[in-house]
Design a protein around this ligand. Structure first.
Ligand code: DLL
Length: 430
């Protein structure tokens, strides 16, 4: 189905389109948004300086702070009458980051999401339950439009009321589930509690995104639901979901490169990197409502430009390792919550719900990991509890290079999230 020619075009052709669009996008931003004009004039660069794709590095970055400083309408490039949709990022503190879409933006967005769904194996025969919260968050409506474009039957369940989610999945013979990975895991727990087995469902595919998740977490979801569990990525400032997503080969998330130009920059120097991990910087190549050039995502990943086994030539980004602002520095060692998740998911005795607490005792930072055991019986058997705790601690030490305290807690005792999970409590900042 939707597997457009451009997704498997030779690199040269992709780059040709990217350059044409980049030139236009930079000029469009410069001519229509005073913020960009001022910023580029000050940096002594002009849209005419963009002669090759590499020239993009001459342009200053755009940051979340820029969006905040220009809240709410300052970066908009069109008249409000041309705006047909408003969304906002899911940040919890302060003013949200508000984003605007023209009709053409919505069409482009739907196409991007539809491509990602098709790449993951979604078809017009699917019945899809969207268990993201409907509202300002881009996740629900973004995926909703993409699935509708594919021609699937969309069940806009929204998030929450988890028993009803299970009932709907079962009764409507839902074949595909869309949510955050952590909420999907919670749904599977509620399912178990209700005595509903995966065999009672018709589920075959999961499209999970909006938060970092380890490979091991997806394996767990595949086991619990009997599905293919895929990851997809995006952010409101760029468009919402639909920036990139895994195909059925699951070896990286294909970026919709004809609409979003990706760069990787060094997290410290911000210099462009040809290979390896760094911060992802994205430029929207065709946006009308809210043009965005060289946006610093803060997400850490690497990009692979080799052709994929699925036939797509669109570059693939690695699963997000973490956000540069989520990275914990514990006694000088860099720790990403995703590394901890990867270790925990390797133990069959514990579930996928965990919390990381960072404290400062005197001058020393300490890391504590709270994780639920699957079987409460284990907590009363001191010897096996001790043994499991020390095995987890040992594995964490091997991966993280630092000692972490491990506390095993009762099943279902940690907080559950219906959207993005909050895994880290850093008490050092308080
Ligand atoms: O979370 C858009 C989205 C919705 C993507 C649904 C996929 C599915 P925001 O609320 O603006 O937008 O949050 C964007 O979430 O910068 C990442 O840090 C994180 N994020 C999103 N997808 C992934 C993912 C939506 N697959 C921020 N893996 C981004 C890791 C992700 N982190």
């Amino acid at each position: 189905m939707i597997f457009s020619e451009i997704e498997k075009a030779p690199r040269k052709e992709i780059e040709k389109i990217q350059l044409e669009r980049l030139k236009k996008a930079v000029k469009y931003a410069y001519d229509n948004v005073p913020f960009y004009k001022k910023k580029y004039d000050e940096a002594n660069v002009s849209p005419d300086d963009i002669k090759s794709l590499e020239d993009i590095s001459k342009l200053p970055f755009t940051t979340k702070q820029d969006l905040r400083d220009n809240y709410p309408y300052g970066l908009m490039a069109v008249d409000m009458k041309d705006i047909v949709r408003v969304h906002a990022s899911s940040g919890t503190s302060g003013k949200p980051t508000v984003v605007f879409y023209t009709r053409a933006d919505l069409e482009m967005w739907s196409e991007c999401v539809a491509r990602i769904i098709a790449a993951a194996g979604g078809t017009d025969k699917d019945i899809v339950q969207i268990a993201f919260g409907y509202g300002l968050f881009t996740g629900a409506l973004g995926l909703h439009q993409g699935w509708e474009k594919i021609g699937a039957a969309v069940v806009p369940a929204s998030s929450g009321n988890t028993e009803r989610q299970v009932m709907l999945m079962k009764d409507l013979k839902v074949t595909a589930l869309v949510s955050t990975p952590s909420y999907a895991l919670y749904i599977s727990e509620v399912m178990e509690k209700m005595g509903v087995k995966k065999e009672d469902l018709s589920l075959r595919l999961g499209l999970f995104g909006s938060e970092a998740s380890s490979e091991a977490m997806h394996k767990e979801l595949e086991k619990k639901f009997g599905i293919v569990s895929t990851d997809n990525y995006g952010l409101s400032e760029i468009i919402g979901p639909g920036v990139s997503g895994e195909c059925i080969k699951k070896c990286g998330m294909h970026i919709n490169e004809d609409y979003f130009y990706p760069e990787i920059v060094d997290t410290e120097s911000l210099a462009p990197k040809k290979s390896g991990f760094g911060e992802l910087v994205l430029t929207a190549l065709c946006k009308e409502g809210l043009p965005i050039i060289r946006y610093r995502t803060k997400d850490i990943t690497a990009i692979n430009y080799e052709k994929c086994e699925c036939g797509r030539t669109f570059a693939r980004m690695e699963k997000i390792k973490g956000r540069s602002d989520d990275m914990l520095i514990i006694r000088g060692v860099n720790v990403f919550p995703s590394q901890i998740e990867g270790v925990l998911m390797g133990f069959s005795e514990i579930g996928g719900n965990y919390e990381i607490i960072v404290r400062r005792e005197g001058y020393l930072d300490s890391l504590e990991v709270l994780v639920e055991v699957n079987d409460a019986q284990l907590l009363i058997n001191f010897a096996s509890l001790e043994s499991l705790q020390s095995r987890i601690r040992h594995s964490l030490k091997t991966v993280l290079q630092i000692d972490a305290k491990v506390k095993l807690v009762e099943p279902l005792s940690l907080k559950r999230y219906e959207g993005k999970a909050k895994r880290v409590t850093d008490l050092r900042k308080i």
